[in-house]
Design a protein around this ligand. Structure first.
Ligand SMILES: [Zn+2]
Length: 449
């Protein structure tokens, strides 16, 4: 792909941010990531640094890693090994070749993003499932586990706030919990450690949110078998909202990029560069497969395709208008995805923040901000990990992340919709289709209804 300089690159790179009605950050301000040393010595702190660099290179032309270099914890795999500086700079440059990404101490005119429990004028800190952003020091207790979800969401939440408030001098104190999806801390430490096996996961849609779910499952170190459905190729405009897509991947099918990322983690993957309704894998799916569907797609009546076929549990994220990310959980025979997204054009476009591409009115583009896609992917990956914990479920079926709201995390029930396709499903047929699947025991219980 030919590019006439950095300006043209960045105009196209930030296209979805413009379509969302926002401006990119000032290209002349360098963002510097600093971190508390004890945080960097922990797996959650290292994950926070990884996510900060992946996200900031998609928001700013200049990023400096202003913390001392370290070797990644050996529980990370895939591309995250060896020197953090060299790995993260290489990844940032692969996303945005014209960007200026360096590893050097912060300068006086840099804007500082500080990760850890204490330090600068404001901090982003995660401990187990809890997250805090605001003035130093953090009110959260010491981490009892190597769980990365609290620290990653703290980082994403802080970056959303600095984008929304245009690099503010301070952040107001905010606490939330990614296990219960509440805007307060808890001392629950149930978590699923790295290397745990999640079953056979079918990703229906590998765009921004689908690839973000994939990224956070792999970063958390989980093992699974994956089938990836998506016919779309990667465009330059897609790079900012996916933590996996790089500049060199432009033009290739999204499933190939995600599949190659999974291969780095030795995750067995079948890439299916087709829409779900065109796939024989889906049409000829035997009873007992898959264990979970990550339905991160909206096109081609895909929800009806899934819901009319006695589906297994589904978990996915969405991004919406007004600075919102959601995570959805559908455990049969509870309210389904078509209860949430009725097959009406108007409601679907409203819920997903789609807008019409003015160059091509037939084509709907999914406008969202980078940190909203990252958050939707992280929340869905975290929810998938909760399926195997003994006290599941920890929240209601639909979770909300609103980084600029007074309550960053909360959840609500999803209601059955009258005349939805799920009302006609024969229970005994559905139970027999789910027989032997990994999350069968969660279905057809009182909790699921
Ligand atoms: Zn339904």
């Amino acid at each position: 792909m030919k590019m006439d300089g950095a300006e043209n690159f960045y105009r196209q790179f930030h296209d979805r941010t413009f379509k969302y009605g926002e401006r990119p950050l000032d290209p002349n301000v360098r963002l510097a990531i600093t971190a508390e040393q004890s945080y960097l010595n922990s797996r959650p702190g290292q994950a926070a640094v990884i996510v900060a660099s992946e996200l900031l290179c998609r928001l700013s032309q200049k990023v400096s890693l202003a913390f001392a270099d370290f070797e990644f914890d050996q529980t990370f795999s895939g591309p995250f090994h060896g020197s953090a500086h060299s790995c993260l700079i290489d990844r940032m440059q692969s996303v945005a070749p014209p960007g200026q990404f360096t590893a050097e101490p912060a300068r006086s005119n840099d804007y500082i993003i500080h990760l850890g429990s204490q330090g600068d004028s404001w901090i982003a800190h995660g401990s187990d499932w809890n997250l805090y952003t605001g003035p130093s020091p953090s009110p959260l207790g010491k981490a009892q586990s190597a769980n990365i979800f609290g620290s990653c969401l703290a980082t994403i939440s802080a970056i959303a706030q600095i984008f929304g408030h245009r690099l503010p001098g301070e952040l107001k104190p905010t606490v939330a919990n990614a296990l219960s999806l509440e805007s307060s801390a808890t001392d629950q430490t149930d978590w699923l450690p790295p290397e745990s096996y999640l079953g056979e996961l079918w990703f229906v849609g590998c765009g921004s949110v689908g690839s973000a779910v994939a990224y956070f499952l792999a970063l958390a170190g989980y093992k699974f078998d994956a089938v990836l459905f998506d016919k779309d190729p990667i465009e330059l405009e897609n790079l900012t909202r996916s933590p996996i897509f790089h500049f060199d991947h432009v033009g290739e099918p999204k499933v190939e990029s995600v599949g190659r990322f999974f291969a780095l983690f030795n995750i067995n993957t079948k890439a299916e560069p087709r829409w779900l309704h065109e796939s024989s894998l889906w049409a000829e799916r035997p009873a007992g497969r898959p264990d979970l569907i990550i339905s991160a797609a909206n096109e081609h009546n895909v929800r009806f395709q899934i819901e009319s076929q006695f589906p297994c549990p589904q978990i996915y994220g969405t991004t919406g208008k007004n600075w919102l990310s959601n995570v959805f959980r559908h455990i049969p025979p509870g309210p389904c995805s078509s209860c949430s997204f009725p097959p009406s054009k108007k409601e679907t476009s409203c819920a997903t923040g789609e807008v019409t591409d003015t160059q091509n009115p037939e084509k709907k583009v999914d406008a969202a901000l980078p940190f909203l896609s990252f958050a939707a992917g992280l929340l869905a990956a975290a929810e998938i990990s909760k399926l195997q914990l003994s006290n599941f479920p920890y929240s209601k079926d639909r979770g909300f992340f609103e980084p600029l709201g007074g309550k960053p995390l909360y959840s609500t029930d999803i209601k059955h919709r009258d005349s939805c396709v799920c009302a006609d499903r024969h229970r005994n047929v559905h139970k027999s289709v789910l027989q032997g699947t990994r999350y069968e025991a969660l279905c057809f219980t009182e909790l699921a209804i």
